[in-house]
Design a protein around this ligand. Structure first.
Ligand code: AMO
Length: 446
């Protein structure tokens, strides 16, 4: 007899089947015991004797048994097999689990985040934790599907690089056989190069930021959902593409995971047909008018400003997402394209969702000479960027641009998670690479 997936046992009433999975919970009443068995498709209640009652939760088992209908008063609407159960004929413990660090199947998982992360391989088995990554898988798929539908080609790019793509000092150095290299801050330069090959490309790339701070929205390694497109008719093509991509993600998550959204007590972010779009300057003015906080001369929007502008967008347009455009040239990454109408501003966008930045993007400098001049103006040697980046422009690049979505950020905000670490399978931050890092005494380090 071959294995039957738990979800398929529903149609096996009266038959004998074999299931394989983990013991999710055990309830022992002396000679009689019940257990819930879990496989990738769901849970089923099994009924057995004393030996079942003695099995440790999370052990891997193989059970042969008869499927029977439950009496109506014992129906369990919370599981897909709630109208049936399995009477055990033969129980094999394939691997017995060790004692668990905490009760991992308590419904609310009332355990602190550091402890959950200290025991990540185990806490990931809790349904509510698993559900975060089911939603995340759907976000990645929706991103892929939407861009493939729009004629983008998927690419994979290196993460060992020789320069800082996003500027700043937030790069992790790598000792590359005695040479200096870095972990890429983003796939930016490679996705731009690939526009000269495929016109439209996307990638799901690991990105590394040596953020010297601990916040609830920054990781040192995250997944960047990036795309880049050539032959822009107008730079606002990017806004349209970012808008449709985010809405496609919302649609996929709400179609597939309404049960999870309900369980997390959240709704999919509200949107309207024409997502509000403000220049940074206009947004800062609105924040000033609404709060009296004079941010009008600021060069960027602070987290409080992002929250306020989302409140404005929700009140005025019923949209929990809002685009901010025209960031200042002096604050934006060097490859950003300056607005020909006003070179102090760039043709760039951020998408703020539920009060947090989810997306950054914009049109890029696509002229080879201008690119070299720009690099010189920020104190870089353009020759250092020539291979392969400069070459792509030397041999002609159309008007192009793109954007990137932070996967963990968007997952966190769709599900209303307090901390971005909950939206990363194995989060890395200043204090943790799987295990908590020992505190470094800076004096000793010198
Ligand atoms: P930026 O640096 O704004 O832009 O990053 C793009 C998006 O990535 C996410 N993100 C992060 N998520 C978790 N932890 C971090 N430390 C972190 N840093 C960024 C955010 C952010 O909006 N190359 C440009 C994109 C482009 O122009 O195409 C870039 O990397 O969601």
């Amino acid at each position: 007899m071959t294995r039957t997936l738990i979800k398929d046992t529903i149609s096996e009433i009266g038959n004998q089947v074999i299931i394989k999975g983990w013991v999710n919970s055990v309830r022992s009443y002396g000679k009689l015991a019940f257990a819930d068995i879990r496989d990738r498709s769901g849970l089923i209640q099994v009924v057995g004797g004393k030996d079942l009652g003695e099995i440790r939760v999370e052990s891997v088992v193989e059970i042969t048994g008869n499927i029977r209908a439950r009496e109506e008063k014992y129906f369990n609407p919370k599981i897909i097999t709630g109208k049936i159960e399995m009477e055990i004929v033969e129980l094999k413990v394939i691997e017995a689990a060790a004692e668990l660090p905490f009760d991992i199947h308590q419904p609310d998982l009332n355990v602190s985040l550091p402890v959950l992360l200290d025991n990540r391989a185990v806490s990931l088995r809790h349904q509510k934790v698993t559900d975060v990554f089911k939603v995340q898988a759907t976000i990645m798929k929706a991103f892929r599907d939407h861009l493939i539908q729009n004629d983008f080609t998927e690419i994979s790019v290196p993460t060992i690089v020789t320069g800082s793509t996003e500027g700043g000092s937030e790069v992790f150095p790598v000792n590359y056989f005695g040479h200096k290299a870095f972990l890429a801050q983003s796939p930016q330069l490679y996705k731009q190069i690939m526009v000269s090959i495929f016109e439209r490309v996307f990638t799901l790339a690991h990105a590394y930021r040596a953020e010297p701070s601990v916040t609830t929205r920054h990781l040192t390694e995250y997944l960047s959902l990036d795309c880049e497109m050539g032959f822009l008719e107008d730079w606002t093509d990017l806004i349209k593409m970012a808008d449709s991509t985010v809405k496609a993600i919302f649609k996929a998550v709400s179609e597939k995971h309404q049960d999870i959204l309900d369980n997390f007590g959240v709704t999919i972010p509200k949107t309207c047909d024409d997502t509000p779009c403000l220049k940074l300057k206009e947004a800062l003015q609105i924040i000033y008018e609404r709060t009296g906080r004079d941010v009008r001369n600021e060069l960027d929007m602070d987290p409080e400003g992002e929250r306020e502008i989302c409140r404005w967008s929700m009140e005025k347009y019923g949209s929990e997402i809002v685009f901010i455009t025209h960031f200042y040239t002096q604050k934006r990454a060097w490859y950003s394209f300056a607005d020909p109408q006003n070179p102090e501003e760039t043709l760039t966008i951020d998408l703020i969702g539920r009060g947090v930045e989810w997306i950054s993007g914009g049109q890029r400098i696509s002229n080879y000479q201008q690119l070299r001049e720009k690099l010189k103006s920020i104190g870089q040697n353009p020759d250092d960027f020539e291979i392969p980046y400069g070459q792509a422009f030397k041999f002609s690049m159309p008007a192009e641009g793109g954007f990137a979505i932070g996967l963990e950020r968007i997952t966190q905000n769709i599900l209303g998670l307090e901390n971005i670490r909950e939206a990363s399978l194995f989060p890395r931050d200043m204090e943790r690479v799987d295990q908590r890092l020992p505190k470094i005494d800076k004096k000793i380090k010198k």
